[in-house]
Design a protein around this ligand. Structure first.
Ligand SMILES: [Mn+2]
Length: 424
């Protein structure tokens, strides 16, 4: 299903008067050229949606389908197409293998092309057993004490690269669930050594223009230790692999109160931040809607991302992805809200007066430093988002249009109420 572009234009025109007044105020408060620069950056900014995020997520206690969920990879890409049409920010998909192996690669590519969607980093999966596989990952994959399990996991990652090459992807994300739930379960050094060797073998199969992104996580599914528990371990492994390997930061993969913005700054200074996964959390890896719990934190992180993008030329362009799960919201509404929160934080960070901040830091004017940051954070930047969508053909109010057009109802009519998204 696709939205008639005319319907988006109609709603946009209806809201124009208030919007123009809001834009005028912003241009008076900040220089017009500054505002133009921010709008240009917002239009360019694209976030990948993962192929597993279009259906209702679940917890270990259960899963409640939302109705009209996509039953195939093609339908998942169509759903991303809907979100992209409304927001003009979701111009990429991140595939999860083996949940979303394309049957007909040229057809899937053509569909994505027609919706203006590219293929961002590919995600391998060695955190569960694959149907018919000879080896089990019950006791680890890339870190396993069993050579045959390690080889199988390496080969799976090579296969993911091959599929990605055919789709035009340029990246592989490796997240390992490997770990121990009990002290003494495995030898830390052996597990890390095996992981390093396995990653190097995968890296050897990486095409020249690809990135390998190594994700870390302190706990879960194992509760005593994980092999790649933190950014330092990830960075060490990436450095050992080579210049095409980078660390990937997932917002939810930190212990409570970790200073994530500082991690971002450190990695970018090293030119080693390759990817970023958005979500929000209260306690752990809660995978909540971006910006729903700690929006100021998100702003502070974006403040460092923007600084890094402007000052660390050796750091590559980042692979941005939403890595959230939707248990009780319409997944498409949740993703629209997440995209909005990401762009709000990005626009606020772009609004920070960096010259003034640097000067205040020079004089150790602590109060002024805080004022400068919060001045940007407390600015309502949403008109800038609306303006960028208006210019790029999206909906000024994506969620409102999504509801007005009763898209979920139409998807249920098209696909049925009882369908469940494939994969998860
Ligand atoms: Mn992630």
């Amino acid at each position: 299903m696709r939205i008639d572009q005319q319907q988006i234009t109609e709603v946009n025109t209806r809201n124009n008067d208030i919007h123009n007044r809001q834009m005028d105020i912003l241009k008076q408060l900040h220089s017009g050229s500054r505002i133009e620069g921010i709008i240009g950056k917002l239009i360019e900014f694209q976030v990948a949606l993962p192929s597993w995020a279009l259906g209702a997520g679940g917890t270990r206690f259960g899963r409640f389908s939302y109705g009209g969920e996509p039953g195939s990879l093609e339908q998942k890409i169509e759903d991303i197409g809907l979100i992209h049409q409304l927001t003009r920010t979701a111009g990429a998909v991140s595939l999860h293998i083996p949940w979303d192996i394309p049957d007909d690669i040229p057809a899937v590519k053509e569909l994505a092309d027609s919706l203006d969607i590219t293929f961002d980093a590919m995600n391998s999966n060695t955190f569960q057993d694959h149907e018919g596989a000879a080896q089990s990952y019950r006791n680890g994959s890339l870190s396993s004490v069993h050579e045959a399990a390690r080889e199988q996991a390496v080969e799976h990652n090579r296969e993911v690269i091959r599929i990605g090459e055919n789709l035009g992807s340029k990246g592989l994300t490796v997240w390992l669930a490997d770990g121990a739930s009990f002290p003494g379960q495995y030898n830390f050094q052996t597990a890390l050594k095996h992981t390093g060797e396995s990653l190097k073998t995968i890296y050897a199969a990486l095409p020249d223009d690809w990135k390998m992104l190594i994700e870390y996580k302190p706990y879960e599914p194992h509760f005593y230790s994980t092999v790649i528990q933190d950014w330092g371990t990830s960075l060490m492994l990436a450095n050992a692999c080579g210049e095409k390997a980078f660390t990937l930061v997932d917002l939810g993969h930190h212990l409570p109160n970790t200073n994530i913005e500082q991690i971002v700054a450190t990695l970018m200074a090293q030119g080693k931040l390759g990817g970023f996964h958005f979500n929000d959390s209260k306690y752990g890896d809660d995978d909540l809607t971006v910006g729903s719990v700690k929006p100021y934190n998100l702003f502070l992180i974006f403040n460092e991302l923007v600084y890094g993008m402007e000052n660390n030329a050796e750091n590559p362009p980042l692979s941005w992805m939403i890595d959230a799960s939707h248990n009780i919201k319409d997944p498409l509404e949740d993703l629209i809200q997440s995209l909005e929160a990401i762009l709000v934080a990005y626009a606020q960070a772009l609004l920070v007066d960096r010259e003034a901040l640097s000067e205040a830091q020079q004089y150790s004017d602590v109060a002024q430093c805080q004022e400068i940051l919060q001045e940007a954070y407390r600015t309502d930047v949403r008109p800038l988002l609306r303006e960028s969508r208006l210019r790029s053909g999206g909906a000024m109010y994506p969620l409102q249009v999504y509801r007005d057009l009763e898209i979920r109802k139409k998807l249920i009519r098209e696909r049925g109420l009882k369908v469940r998204a494939t994969g998860l």
